[in-house]
Design a protein around this ligand. Structure first.
Ligand code: GRF
Length: 217
């Protein structure tokens, strides 16, 4: 169920600390690292955590001097136990905003309750179209003329949380999954840091499913 209306969130008083969760190559992580390094994003990446030891994103984090942790989900009996451990690792680094960046695990209430309205995800479609896996392939096979990228707050409903930012990408007749994915990825790398900055800036509220900036309800 979407969160209820609440007061507008104040900006953080101290520099925000991000925790980024990855399972794969980590190009969105790299976009966040660059945004921090260039000053476009006023935050610090306190931890990069992966459920896969071989994730390329871990190498990118180490190269940037960011602490990394591997938590393999196979080592935990239940999702709750895994999510509890995730939350503990993030809290131990005083993380205030969690960014899923190609994290191929559903996150459950144990993590979401530990970080209320503070878990973001990037998805390679214009949600609510094409949620779940293989979003680019879904768009292509459906014959969509436009698709794109979405940054949203994570809730227990898959890819259905309040939308923070979206970008459109055209679908061409000659597109393959790869060419379309590459075009979408350019937009992902542009909007993820922008969405994180927007969330960190505060002054927003959730109304039903909507993420609204400025004004009062
Ligand atoms: C991206 O397409 C992202 O939207 C999706 O998984 C992919 C991760 O890519 N959730 P990368 O690991 O950030 O390069």
């Amino acid at each position: 169920m979407p969160p209820e209306v609440g007061p507008a969130r104040p900006p953080p008083t101290t520099s925000a600390r991000l925790g980024v969760l990855v399972s794969g190559r980590g190009s969105n992580l790299q976009a966040l690292i660059q945004a921090v390094e260039t000053g476009a994003l006023n935050a610090r990446i306190a931890l990069v955590l992966s459920n896969r030891r071989q994730a390329g994103g871990l190498d990118l984090a180490r190269a940037a001097g960011i602490e990394t942790v591997v938590l393999e989900h196979r080592q935990f009996a239940t999702r709750d136990e895994y999510d509890q451990k995730l939350a503990e690792e993030l809290h131990a680094r005083h993380v205030t905003l969690v960014c899923l960046a190609g994290f191929m695990r559903l996150v459950g209430p144990r993590l979401l309750d530990a970080f209320p309205d503070a878990v973001l995800n990037i998805h390679p479609s214009l949600l609510p179209a094409f949620p779940g896996l293989n979003a680019q392939q879904q768009a292509l096979e459906h014959g969509a003329r436009v698709t794109g990228a979405t940054v949203h707050l994570v809730t227990t409903d898959l890819d259905a949380g309040p939308i923070v930012l979206q970008a459109c990408v055209p679908v061409h007749d000659v597109d393959t999954i790869q060419s379309l994915s590459e075009r979408i990825l350019v937009e992902e790398h542009r909007i993820y840091p922008e969405a994180v900055a927007s969330v960190l800036a505060g002054g927003w509220r959730i109304e039903g499913r909507r993420f609204l900036r400025g004004g009062s309800a």
